[in-house]
Design a binder for this molecule. Structure first.
Ligand code: AMP
Ligand code: MG
Length: 490
């Protein structure tokens, strides 16, 4: 199906008026293209040159026009922000255009930054070019790393001024996902006492996004089980590449276990388990090492929001116990997923006793040396042929040597063969991740009207396991990047 002949539907709109407000986008004056992701277009079944084939595309994806069949709407949700109940939130600057049928199933398309909605609160409904480039690049980068995420199709820009700490220019990112539903959607209907709507939401989600739960003895328990396991695996994915989300509020947690709402995210440079990537997170609630526990806390908020679904079916206490018992699986699923990823990162092909301790000690060694997270794992792939290059990253040579001896013995124990292992490890330990300074380079060029660095970086990030042509893409951050700060302002 080619854009714009795509068949537009919007099943979400069938949920009822409590769930959204229909409204048109507020376009940007005199828009221009900033970036497009050919791989995201391919996901939709659109040709690589879809924008060239469709003169209306720029108008549609800058919020200036709608296609027949689109039904733009902003959804309402609530959430816990930084651990505190925040009440009603909602799509304050996002608009769902509708769903398109694709070879990969129905996909929702969403404009982010296309104007005020009834849920904008103090915001202006806009997104700036800076944060839009970060979201666009990171969405596509995470997908290439094999990590579940919402996708990004394109960015449009405009000279329209937007006030943040300074005055910046506006942009609109088009995001793509099978569903943008969040934990906060459940919380909204539970906390506002809309039991019938909550049930409709749960049934809708099961029908369209978790149909296997229908067959379970208790579909709602099965749904929580599914979300719990997916979230546990997502956390293992994040930790394994040193990704920090920055704002793990319950309204930023996807019910599909996708990475969603890229704001002040970061990738670990020098390894510090306590690193806080979001400058606005003064108390470090969302520090790297806390992410798995925060996700578990957020799952409790979701479970609590599911409680009213059992009203009339069983006593309140029994329902509570069942939901809590369901969450328990997180305590085994997350560590198991993490160990599996660490084994792969260490190049261990079989499981043996002591692997957890070996991996933990490696992480401790890296943390003590403040070794670069991405580079250290990448160099570990060449352990047999170039141990010295890795050793150079550790000031405490003795500590390194003693761990290296254990590692060598462990590899020998499974008869590990160096060349094959190096290849395998280089398919799981990326050479390139979207470090802040790489994004910053693309942003500064784009702010000066040159979008080629964004396109170049996208290409590099889509093949994160290949050695990049420009060695600096895989190198330590430069001196000037030490003081880069990212915050909630986007
Ligand atoms: P976040 O923590 O960035 O995911 O945002 C929390 C809430 O604030 C969400 O409901 C957003 O839609 C809303 N929001 C953030 N920035 C803006 C903005 N510039 N205009 C309107 N709403 C916003
Ligand atoms: Mg959000």
């Amino acid at each position: 199906m080619k854009f714009p002949e795509s068949v537009w539907v919007n099943r979400y709109a069938g949920l009822g008026r409590e769930f959204f407000t229909e409204l048109p986008a507020t376009g940007m004056p005199d828009p221009h293209w900033v970036a497009q992701s050919p791989d995201c277009a391919a996901l939709l079944g659109w040709p690589a040159d879809w924008t060239g084939q469709n003169p209306e595309a720029l108008a549609v994806f800058s919020g200036n026009a709608a296609l027949p069949g689109m039904r733009p709407l902003a959804t309402v949700y609530s959430g816990h922000q930084f651990g505190v109940w925040a009440g009603q939130l909602g799509d304050g600057r996002a608009l769902m255009l509708g769903e398109v049928q694709t070879p990969n199933g129905p996909m929702e398309l969403q404009l982010k930054g296309a104007g005020l909605t009834p849920y904008s609160r103090m915001g202006d409904g806009r997104a700036v070019l800076r944060s839009s480039i970060r979201e666009f690049l990171c969405s596509e980068a995470m997908d290439a790393l094999g990590i579940p995420t919402t996708r990004a199709l394109c960015i449009t820009g405009s000279a329209l001024p937007v006030r943040r700490e300074t005055v910046e220019s506006a942009a609109v990112v088009t995001r793509v996902a099978p569903s943008f539903l969040r934990f906060g959607h459940f919380e909204h209907f539970a906390h506002s006492g809309q039991g019938a709507a909550l049930r409709r939401l749960a049934d809708f989600f099961i029908e369209h996004h978790a149909p296997e739960c229908r067959e379970a003895d208790d579909p709602y328990v099965a749904l929580l089980d599914k979300v719990t396991r997916q979230t546990a695996r997502l956390m293992a994915d994040w930790q394994a590449v040193g990704f920090m989300h920055g704002v793990m509020n319950t309204d930023n947690m996807s019910l599909l276990g996708l990475t969603i709402d890229y704001g002040p995210f970061g990738f670990m440079d020098a390894f510090d388990p306590g690193h806080v990537c979001n400058h606005s997170d003064e108390r470090g609630r969302y520090a790297y090492m806390r992410q798995p526990n925060v996700a578990f806390w957020n799952l409790h908020a979701l479970a609590q929001a599911m409680l009213p679904l059992f009203e009339g079916l069983m006593p309140h206490e029994e329902a509570g116990e069942r939901l809590l018992a369901t969450l328990e699986v997180y305590k085994t699923e997350f560590p198991a997923a993490m160990l599996e990823r660490l084994r792969a990162k260490l190049g261990l092909a079989v499981a043996m006793d002591g692997d957890q301790a070996l991996a933990d000690d490696w992480l401790k060694l890296m943390a003590a040396a403040r070794a670069d997270f991405t580079i250290a794992f990448r160099l570990l792939a060449d352990f047999d042929t170039n141990r010295e290059a890795l050793r150079d990253h550790f000031l405490d040579r003795e500590a390194f040597d003693s761990w290296a001896d254990r590692y060598a013995a462990r590899l020998a124990a499974e008869g590990s063969e160096g060349a094959g292992r190096a290849l395998r490890m280089k398919r799981t330990n990326p050479a390139v991740v979207l470090r802040n300074h790489l994004a910053e380079g693309a942003i500064r060029a784009a702010q000066g009207g040159d979008f080629s660095e964004t396109a170049r970086l996208l290409k590099v990030l889509r093949s994160p396991y290949d050695e990049p042509l420009q060695r600096s893409d895989a190198a330590l951050p430069p001196e000037w990047a030490q003081h880069l700060e990212v915050s909630c302002s986007s």
